[in-house]
Design a protein around this ligand. Structure first.
Ligand code: MG
Length: 402
């Protein structure tokens, strides 16, 4: 059986936001990334856009410890983790950020972005992540349209000339290798002002993802004026709404020796009866997800009368619901699940279930609640005739323009 992946299915990625610069060219008391446009610090605009991407696995911000108070006031509102301490220049700062993510696998995708580019869009972020996963290294860039000339009078051939922006996306192993090599001979980055330069120095091709000129890096006071105009004259930020879905599922016990709950196999004296693998936890979550888009329930999409779903791994059902939500640009916010059963004991397995559901849904573990209660031996659940699960989910959707 095959669930067709939506073309809009997000590529999972990690993000590193470079915000340690002093922004000396902009003037003013505050470093540029903390100066406000439209009532919010530039860094906050940037972070909010990244945090709205369903593919985002985790984000880290590299800061100058001298700016810690400014960072904290943003981090509190966005529930961010501890920042990474930057170094004396951008390369060293990004290298510290890469080491912060040292638990990543070589093939994981990491996006590196300048805090001072708040006009990045959701679509551009997803596209860079997708192209980095395909090619190993990718960056947003715009073809140069102004004529280019050196001081000495020579002209630069404009064709095939790109102005490179961020985000820049890489396979983690590749960009770490590039930084380690650059770090060994600390002057090797002299002509490189970004991470694609270090990766290209390894001989690796960089995939150019055509970007928009609106993705400016706010560097000078003039940029700041342009940025303010863009925000005041541009379309209003796309409105979002949060929808809640509820799911409930029960399966009866029968002869057997393992149960599947939330994708975790648990040895038990009996098993749960069902047409699929009878994973009541994933079924409740899946139905809750379908509920947020009015798309029926598991039975609608995977009829028990169809033999192809017999003994099916319930992650297939969950992925279908997640794909349908992604196709509508929905972003799952959190899941809360409660099992109601006398047996098996859930608590020894709750952490594994939480991590499994988080991984399946592209959420951090603190957005997945796994709880359990008994029925105090009353009723069919109390007599251990079966096991029930209830799930509530919240999903953020863009509001359709009417
Ligand atoms: Mg079920």
């Amino acid at each position: 059986m095959e669930i067709s992946a939506s073309s809009k299915e997000p590529t999972p990625f990690y993000a590193l936001i470079a915000a340690a610069g002093s922004g000396s060219r902009l003037g003013g008391d505050l470093p540029k990334q903390y100066q406000k446009i439209a009532g919010k610090p530039i860094l906050q605009h940037t972070l909010e856009m990244f945090l709205s991407c369903p593919g985002l696995q985790a984000i880290a911000v590299i800061i100058d410890p001298a700016h810690r108070d400014h960072y904290e006031s943003i981090a509190e509102q966005l529930e961010l983790f501890e920042p990474v301490t930057g170094g004396k220049d951008r390369r060293i700062s990004v290298f510290s950020g890469l080491r912060y993510f040292s638990n990543l696998m070589d093939d994981d995708i990491i996006l590196i972005h300048d805090a001072a580019r708040p006009f990045i869009t959701y679509e551009e972020i997803q596209e860079v992540a997708h192209q980095a996963a395909t090619h190993g290294a990718a960056t947003l860039a715009t073809p140069v349209t102004d004529t280019q000339k050196y001081d000495n009078g020579d002209y630069v051939k404009r064709e095939n000339l790109w102005a490179i922006q961020t985000p820049q996306g890489f396979r983690y192993g590749l960009v770490v290798d590039a930084h380690e090599k650059a770090h060994e001979k600390a002057d090797s980055n002299a002509i490189y002002t970004d991470d694609t330069g270090l990766v290209a120095a390894l001989g690796h091709k960089i995939e150019m993802v055509p970007g928009k000129r609106a993705n400016i890096k706010i560097t000078t006071q003039e940029d700041m004026e342009i940025a303010k105009k863009m925000l005041s004259s541009g379309p209003a930020p796309h409105p979002f709404e949060t929808r809640t879905g509820f799911g409930y599922d029960v399966h009866a016990f029968t002869e057997g020796h393992t149960v599947h709950l939330c994708g975790v196999e648990i040895p038990h004296l009996r098993t749960l009866k069902g047409h699929s693998d009878a994973d009541a936890g994933l079924h409740a979550i899946t139905d809750a997800l379908f509920g947020t888009i009015g798309a029926g329930d598991i039975g609608t999409h995977f009829p028990p009368s169809d033999p192809q779903w017999k003994d099916c791994d319930s992650t297939v059902f969950l992925k279908k619901a997640l794909n349908m939500i992604s196709a509508r640009k929905g972003k799952l916010v959190n899941i809360d699940l409660t099992f109601i059963c006398e047996e098996p004991k859930i608590s020894p397995h709750a952490a594994a279930m939480q991590q499994r559901v988080a991984n399946l849904c592209g959420l951090s573990a603190d957005r997945v609640g796994i709880k359990a209660t008994t029925s105090e031996r009353m009723g069919f659940l109390g007599r251990s005739e079966g096991l029930a699960a209830q799930a509530v989910v919240s999903v953020k959707f863009p509001v359709e323009e009417s």
